[in-house]
Design a protein around this ligand. Structure first.
Ligand SMILES: [Zn+2]
Length: 484
């Protein structure tokens, strides 16, 4: 079977005749039409025949994707175009990548390169992780200490990385809006994440009164999970959170706002009289249910403002989560995400072992990322549509510069992009590796240098050695102590 050199691979291709050379192309006779005959707004039809290119699309996004396909066909080495009919639409509506700008910040020009690459691959979501224990990265006018104090840490101690140098900074509203506009032109939605009630040390360092103890703490310099989280029994907490979300919504027009909800140890809540009183007043059984209540309260606030919440899968531990909260599965041994989807809830799939690109290729080879199928085991046939898509994150504790980031994310981001777009029956891991090698120059052209091909799928001996080295590097006493 002949294959075209396109990533993600189109879902229907029919050869119409011999290749034509670019000199024969009748540009004036070519057309782009938006039509409601194509139901999916991201769907398109591309016909190259008789020297003309005809594009029909279900919406502006579909027309954009048709042009991206055409660009890849035209970039194929020689100056010819194949005469083909391509009918295409994504397997999943949500196809995202996540950028952690807390542990290390990425320059906005480099963020734009990531966006360019994602758009070429027909991804449509940038999930931007903007707040965490180690820094607050989004300008908030109503509570200025969030950036004045919360955006800076006194050093960085992430595994093998040790620096006593003050580190920090933040993105202004103007800069963030510029990225939102840039993404909109490429049909990418920016979904900001304000992680709560855990991973809030930077905010607590700025406003200690929103924690259970109310004590001054410092912006965290280590990686890990830390005991100080937002106090659920304190009105001031919600006052500040809602002010923050008001400003976040004014910057980001996205349908969804990510509110985190992962890795929130319950030690402080167990000791806090205000949190305990609230558990009693609300008739809840325990602190897990209190987190469920917390997430629902914030989700209600977003809903009242016409937005919807996304939360990491730990938020399901309470068993109380509202069904309109989109759940992002990353590590879910008890398969609560599967149950949630089977009960009508919607999920995004970001499996740690397959899609976390901050881990070495030794642990997560390209083929392992590629082969993962988003419909999780246990999801019933009638609930498959509740898996709305895929997302691949890059966490940046160990990623200090853009060169290193590019090595980690590409080509693995492309593997996830293809899974999000291409139907499982059209996927082929061998052919993907072949096409990926040809796609590398297109990434290099926009300033992204992927991992060299020899690194993509290391053999078993390399995998073992690299994995052990990596874990020895990141597991420090500090990190273990941070867990609760
Ligand atoms: Zn409390």
């Amino acid at each position: 079977m002949e294959t075209l050199n396109i990533i993600p691979y189109p879902n229907y291709i029919k050869r119409l005749g011999a290749d034509i050379s670019s000199d024969e192309l009748n540009v004036a006779g070519s057309t782009i039409t938006i039509t409601d005959e194509i139901v999916n707004p991201e769907g398109y039809e591309l016909i190259i025949e008789n020297g003309r290119v005809q594009i029909s699309a279900g919406g502006p996004a579909g027309a954009f994707y048709a042009k991206e396909t055409l660009k890849q066909l035209a970039a194929d080495g020689d100056s010819t175009l194949p005469c083909v009919e391509i009918r295409d639409e994504p397997a999943y509506p949500y196809r995202g990548f996540m950028l952690d700008s807390v542990r290390h910040m990425t320059a906005l020009d480099d963020v734009k390169k990531m966006i360019d690459a994602a758009a070429m691959l027909k991804m449509n979501v940038l999930h931007w992780h903007l707040t965490d224990d180690q820094g607050w990265r989004i300008e908030i006018k109503s509570h200025p200490e969030l950036v004045n104090k919360g955006a800076y840490r006194s050093g960085s101690h992430f595994g093998k990385i040790h620096s006593e140098e003050r580190y920090g900074g933040y993105y202004t509203k103007h800069e963030l809006r510029d990225i939102v506009d840039y993404c909109a032109k490429k049909h990418i939605e920016v979904i900001p994440e304000i992680d709560m009630p855990g991973h809030m040390v930077a905010a607590i360092a700025a406003y200690p009164e929103i924690s259970c103890r109310g004590e001054q703490i410092a912006v965290e310099t280590r990686q890990g999970i830390f005991p100080d989280i937002l106090c659920a029994g304190n009105d001031k907490t919600f006052e500040i959170i809602f002010d923050v979300l008001d400003e976040v919504m004014a910057i980001f027009p996205s349908k969804y706002i990510h509110i985190g909800g992962d890795e929130a140890p319950k030690k402080r809540w167990k000791e806090c009289p205000r949190c305990q009183r609230l558990i009693e007043d609300l008739g809840l059984n325990d602190e897990e249910e209190l987190q469920g209540w917390f997430v629902n309260r914030v989700a209600d606030f977003l809903r009242a403002n016409g937005r919807q919440a996304i939360a990491w899968n730990e938020s399901l531990n309470s068993g109380l989560l509202g069904n309109d909260i989109l759940v992002q599965m990353w590590m879910d041994k008890k398969k609560r995400s599967v149950d949630f989807a089977n009960q009508g809830g919607k999920i995004i799939v970001s499996p740690f072992y397959h899609y976390y690109t901050d881990y070495p290729y030794a642990m997560t080879p390209l083929n392992k990322t590629y082969k993962f199928e988003p419909v999780l085991k246990g999801i019933k046939d009638g609930c498959v549509q509740n898996v709305v898509g895929v997302e691949t994150p890059i966490w940046t504790e160990h990623v200090r510069d853009f060169k290193q980031m590019c090595f980690m994310i590409y080509p693995r981001f492309a593997a996830v992009a293809e899974t999000g777009w291409t139907q499982e029956y059209n996927k082929d891991v061998g052919d993907f590796n072949r096409r990926m090698a040809l796609f590398v120059p297109l990434l290099e052209e926009i300033g992204i240098t992927p991992a060299n091909e020899s690194a993509w799928n290391p053999n078993i001996f390399k995998r073992l050695a690299h994995t052990i080295r990596f874990f020895l590097g990141i597991t420090t006493k500090d990190m273990i102590k941070g867990y609760d």
